[in-house]
Design a protein around this ligand. Sequence first.
Ligand code: ATP
Ligand code: ZN
Length: 747
Amino acid sequence: MALRCYTPRVLVEVAVAAAVRGRFTYRVPSALAPGVSLGQRVAVPFGKSRRATGYVVGFPASAPDGIELRDVVEVLDPFPPFTPELVELLRWAEEYYLVPPGELLRAALPPGLNARRGEAGPARRGVEYAAPAEAAAGAAADPKALARAPAQRAVLEYLLARGRIPVEELRAAFPKGRPAVAALARRGLVRLETETPVARGALLPASAAAPVLTPAQAAALVELDAAAGTFQPFLLHGVTGSGKTEVYLQAIARARGAGKGALVLVPEIALTPQLAGRFRARFGDDVALMHSGLSDAERHAEWLRLRRGDARICVGVRSAIFAPVQDLAIIVVDEEHDPSFKQEDGPPYHARDLAVVRAKREDAVLVLGSATPSLETLENARAGRYRKLELPARVDDRPLPEVELVDLGRLRRGGVAKLPGLLAPQLSEAIARTLEASQQVILFLNRRGYETLVVCEVCGAEAQCTECAVSLTHHARRGILLCHYCGRTERMDARCPACGGVRYGVGVGTEQVEAAVRELFPAARVARLDRDVVTSADDTAAVLARFARRELDVLVGTQMVTKGHDFPGVTLVGVVLADTALALPDFRAAERTFQLLTQVAGRAGRGAEGGRVVVQTFNPRTPAIALAARHDYAAFAAGELDRRRTVGYPPFTRMMAARVEGSEDGARRSAEALAHAARPALGGEVAMLGPAPAAIERIRGRHRWHLLFRADGPKALFRVHAALARVAVRPPGGAAIRFDMDPYSMM
Ligand SMILES: Nc1ncnc2c1ncn2[C@@H]1O[C@H](COP(=O)(O)OP(=O)(O)OP(=O)(O)O)[C@@H](O)[C@H]1O
Ligand SMILES: [Zn+2]
């Protein structure tokens, strides 16, 4: 094909985020030329007279002949929203994760900017603080004072627990809490104060002074310091409560001292608002927060502060990997093992893995921190690609809690058939002693509801969702059977649809554990933390704040209770059933179980009183459970890595999933068509698993099939993808096909 050549910058390559996605070449009219640079958002004609938004991703010198080139219509922002580094990173991510061009670019911008035209951001502001006023304690103690204003009550209780805090932390804790804060200020119960902005780059004064580092922390910091200015990835492996956050804070302070920027990725800000608060307390206005609890306007404002260099530190959830931090010198990924860094809905990408790519491109230091590093990261450290830094002990030499295993199978064989709420005598006695000592208890069970299965007593049929191939869960308080995948409900008292028999529930969920604790310990103040009782970040923060203030004795919950909470009053952690994740058809099931147990055990004994953990299980000898009980990460990881090597799973191979959804016939035929197209491309290097129905065969009436491909490296997988792409454009029977590189969900 002949090429027409153009003078530089007359042509632009634009990633168009429209229904038909792709990269297209446009001409730049000379009037617009001065405003067009890499990363610019532009309006372009698309299809028949349509106007679409696109992003300038390149400046080609020539265009294919025979194509009518059209002109860029408008430049949408006064400056390009993406830095050249981000354009490159996003392009890399779209190619690696097999995402259509323009989709991640669009997802990487704050929603406010996508919706409207770019505009100037708010003026630079000072750090706003909120503090409880004198009268606050009285109002919180008086049950009548705020009886009709539960939102205000929750905010006030949080503030009383936390003292004077940056308003941003409050906002992370109560995303919809602004009216409540304003009302409390009007009532004179909360003081709002603004501290004048500090000079750019300067740090807040001593109010949030850094503690003296422990020798292990100091040694880690020395290594991070020595690597400054180069791409150097580190694994910071520190046991729970070893002070990893303090290492991040001080390393970032050094980077800021040198005038550079920093990016901190955390799993979930709503669950750990204290963490965001610690960064704001140390660095003030220099920190921009990026999380889903912010309004669109707030996210836009935070994003603009970063893009303009008014804020140089970003603390955010996984999508913040695309935050426009300037002069990036350090990226921290806290709890790097956490599955939430992998985006499962929407374009699939792994923020931790992209952090490696971004750090490399921008010559930044990378710190991946965890008490339970993922095996991928551990293997990278073992192979010498990452440097390992260790914090082997808790701060102040506090011991890790002692863990006791309770063998539920043995109890049952010994004749103990029915345990109330599945609480064995060892665990309920430990709870009793803890309550007597006025200390606090966390009980963890990764299953919601009252009973996890409902069975017909006549024919034995399990109650299943009609739209999804999953069992219904009994939620007693609401008197319903609920599908956790599509939200469909049924009445509990309905008869078995197969035979008309009466049905009963089996299997314990958090609701039943809570009920049992209330019955066994009527004087205890008990609350539950799971998605049935807390439906918003505000509710979550309110429960956590009450627990932090020690107005609650027992907190029962799902994995929400296992996250990085730092409650010194907790001396007992009970794991009601450690086995829930073990049996899942997922090669990471054992790793996930070990991580959850270690993390939840790590919530115990963070104060001066020491701690204890009771783990109930039917599999006390399974390595994931036995070794978590001994705090032996090294032994668990060594064994699990051996197993992965033997069976050929990551981190020793790479995987790609093709996920198919559609009608019963369409999904099956599409999966078979994919397999047919893949076979010639497999060569000797790629193994194909499937096609097979997914572990959950149907969700919302859509049938699901999976194909998994496994190879030594991504290149062979890309080759297979190229062979499949043709089928994926128009699959048989109207099914939908999604590709997922380095898949995490095996369900
Ligand atoms: N050098 C230090 N001197 C005194 N206290 C410290 C020091 N470093 C950290 N701490 C305190 O120790 C506690 C635990 O630290 P931090 O929360 O950073 O641990 P972590 O390693 O991130 O824990 P986890 O992995 O369990 O979330 C915190 O309350 C923190 O303020
Ligand atoms: Zn359903």
